[in-house]
Design a protein around this ligand. Structure first.
Ligand SMILES: [Zn+2]
Length: 293
């Protein structure tokens, strides 16, 4: 009996070891399927809480959406700037707010702000609040960016160490840097469809240029698989990109969860250090230090 009991114990130990070895050798479940989604906190570098005259979602609901999506920081703007004031004054626990001056009072200003002296006055007035870190998001294309009023705004930003959040095509981007080579520009949408090779050239040429990736095409395919070109661009320039929601219309608030699920799906395919930079690390480097609240 004794021998047989020992034999049973030995068998059990052997079996346990074999199971451990088998578990180590076996492919991990889903290794060929989608990688685990990126789980860490994210900074929404393109958030509008527009109010014309009232916001689509009240403050509590917006804060709940951020919490549900692991968003712990936002580049905050609104049209008019009232929404940004309210966000800053609310001091929501656990949410880092980086306010930018929106150069718009109403939607129609998008078409004319770059030649409207009243907008420069608006920017100067808002700046008096003392908490702004940048100007934007503003829209400008081609030679509309070449005018003297735009140069004044770029110079104003440079002199006060403010970032510009520019939704612009490549010619306008070059005009902004030509106005003042010391400009610091977050390029909203990273040109939408500018070839990745050209994005790389621009990042190399302008060290104070960062790409924000909402609506940016070509990063992942229909199945969510990261493209080879973008994987390579992130491998060499992961310190130059940010992600954002661009809640410019109500539908983007409806789609907020999906937007960040999509980001997480391709962030999860990157090496951890690169994913962390793009998700929130670069925002901390640009706008930090992050306050503890
Ligand atoms: Zn936008």
């Amino acid at each position: 009996m004794r021998t047989s009991t020992n034999g049973t114990r030995l068998d059990r130990r052997l079996m346990q070891r074999l199971l451990v070895v088998a578990a180590l050798l076996a492919p991990c479940p889903g290794a060929d399927a989608q990688p685990a989604p990126y789980r860490h906190d994210v900074f929404d570098a393109h958030m509008h809480w527009n109010q014309e005259p009232n916001p689509f979602y009240p403050l509590d609901k917006v804060l709940e959406i951020f919490r549900n999506n692991g968003v712990t920081g936002i580049l905050a703007t609104s049209r008019p700037n009232k929404g940004t004031h309210q966000l800053v004054e609310a001091k929501p626990p656990g949410l880092w707010i980086v306010p930018f001056i929106r150069p718009y009072r109403v939607r129609a200003d998008i078409q004319t702000w770059f030649k409207d002296p009243a907008i420069f006055e608006l920017i100067k007035d808002e700046y008096q609040r003392g908490y702004y870190r940048g100007v934007g998001e503003f829209h400008v294309n081609g030679n509309d960016a070449a005018g003297p009023l735009v140069k004044s705004i770029v110079d104003f930003a440079v002199e006060r160490d403010l970032y510009l959040h520019a939704h612009c095509d490549e010619p306008a981007l070059l005009h902004l840097f030509a106005h003042n080579p010391k400009a610091k520009i977050v390029w909203a949408h990273t040109g939408f469809s500018t070839p990745p090779a050209r994005v790389r050239e621009l990042l190399d040429k302008y060290p104070a240029l960062w790409g924000e990736l909402s609506y940016r095409s070509g990063i992942a395919d229909g199945q969510g698989r990261l493209s080879d070109e973008w994987r390579a661009l992130f491998a060499s320039h992961s310190d130059r990109f940010l992600i954002g929601s661009d809640t410019w219309i109500n539908e983007r608030w409806f789609g907020y969860d999906t937007i960040f699920k999509t980001y997480r799906a391709w962030l999860g395919q990157l090496p951890e250090d690169q994913a962390r930079r793009i998700a929130s690390g670069n925002a901390v480097r640009l706008f930090g230090p992050r306050p503890t609240n």
